[in-house]
Design a protein around this ligand. Structure first.
Ligand code: GAL
Length: 420
């Protein structure tokens, strides 16, 4: 077991000792919405690379890097502190929720103001348990007070994480704990996006949207792997596992309420201080980024953005791929063909065009053919094909389109109808 896994296992074990909250007021029965996240949230979160080793300097430098390297202008809005900003470890009944004054000497409001001054938004992390997953004080029983505190700091996004504290909780309890925080945030009248993080347990896609929750994880934590045999340490999902986990859940995701495939591993290169995993190739990271964009997942970068190489930055800032994710129609891609390791995903876009990903999960280069009639049920006689990684129009076709796709690549194409 890696040190980081041991840490996570210990955290979860401790948190599971916390009693379930059964006495909270019942969640509202009428669907509610905060009107936010009409396209999937985009930004950065501290967890995947840094774990709880975070401080003011890192966050300021990350904001500056996102402005300087073009990520902010490519659409990455949120800068999210994940677990580890809090002052105390231990139960909330014994300790208050405060920021760590040593690591955050000017406080959290200073950072939120800094993000806002740069035209960005700011996010924070808590959880409904007595402790969070990393063992810091949680928000249980203090939702109204904490929502008020977050709003007073200028927070725009809350990741509310219960996968350690309420792992076995039945759905009514989950609805109560997330509904309580959702209502507390809405009462602030500030517009705070809410992420309900519960590792996909309790099928949040079936009930979370009606409670004003803007995204929910569909599975356990991602590892820094494209295709690891089985689940690493019987817990982590690699890129392909996570993608498969979303099959059949697409109908639950759309403007304001998104299936969350977890934060991106692009650029971690096996060097994360927190996540297990050996890293992936540039092609694999591009495929991961493309598929998260196609399925409408939030795009939250997890790498150290202060030191990106050119390939990684080009992946993060591919505006043609980002446009698929941020398309106003908000329709997640579906798998429309599955020939074993060769798969086709398609997504309808607001302007009537289609995005298609030809995904080769196999270990050898393969020719893949896209038939509009068979795969997309489209009757267009002629269509134009644009390659969104090569940034080139490839041509106009009136027959099926065949192309070579290398191992672990997703060729991402945008198809436009051509008038006769
Ligand atoms: C996990 C969560 C991670 C991270 C971590 C913080 O439960 O899935 O994304 O937030 O907690 O302790």
């Amino acid at each position: 077991m890696t040190t980081s896994l041991l840490r996570s296992a210990r955290r979860c074990a401790l948190a599971l000792l916390a009693p379930l909250v059964l006495s909270m007021p019942a969640a509202a029965a009428k669907p509610v919405s905060n009107g936010l996240a009409l396209t999937p949230p985009m930004g950065w979160s501290s967890w995947n690379n840094f774990g709880d080793s975070i401080d003011e300097k890192l966050i300021v430098e990350t904001i500056d890097a996102m402005v300087a390297n073009g990520m902010r202008d490519a659409g990455y809005q949120y800068v999210n502190l994940d677990d580890g900003w809090q002052r105390y470890k231990g139960n909330r009944r014994d300790r208050p929720l405060e920021f760590d004054p040593v690591r955050f000497p000017r406080g959290i409001k200073y950072l939120a103001d800094y993000a806002h001054a740069k035209g960005m938004k700011f996010g924070i992390y808590s959880g409904p348990g007595q402790t969070t997953c990393a063992g810091y004080t949680g928000s249980e029983g203090h939702e109204a007070e904490d929502a008020k505190l977050f709003a007073s700091w200028g927070v725009d996004h809350l990741k509310y994480d219960s996968c350690c504290s309420h792992k076995e909780a039945p759905v009514p309890v989950l609805k109560t704990i997330f509904g309580t925080m959702s209502r507390a945030l809405m009462a602030q009248r500030r517009g705070i996006v809410l992420h309900a993080c519960h590792c996909g347990w309790g099928q949040p896609w079936e009930w979370a949207a009606d409670m004003g929750i803007n995204h929910w994880r569909i599975g356990q934590d991602i590892s820094d792997d494209f295709d690891y045999p089985g689940n690493r340490e019987k817990y982590y999902f690699d890129v392909l596992d996570t993608l498969d986990r979303g099959i059949g859940l697409e109908k639950h995701s759309g403007p304001g309420h998104w299936n969350d495939y977890d934060m991106l591993i692009v650029g971690l290169n096996g060097r994360s201080k927190e996540l297990v995993g050996a890293g992936a190739s540039n092609v694999e990271y591009r495929t991961h980024f493309s598929m998260w964009a196609m399925v409408g997942s939030p795009l939250l970068a997890g790498a150290d953005l202060r030191s990106l190489d050119a390939d990684t930055l080009a992946t993060f800032t591919n505006k043609e791929i980002i446009a698929l994710n941020q398309d106003p129609l908000g329709k997640p891609a579906e798998k429309v063909r599955d020939d074993g390791v060769l798969q086709v995903y398609a997504k309808e876009l607001a302007d009537g065009s289609y995005a298609v990903a030809l995904l080769n999960r196999g270990s050898a280069t393969a020719d893949m053919t896209l038939s509009l009639r068979r795969d997309l049920a489209l009757t267009w006689k002629k269509y134009r094909v644009r390659d969104l990684w090569r940034h080139q129009d490839i041509g106009t076709y009136d027959i099926p389109f065949t192309t070579e796709v290398i191992s672990h690549e997703a060729r991402v194409l945008r198809l436009y109808p051509v008038a006769e």
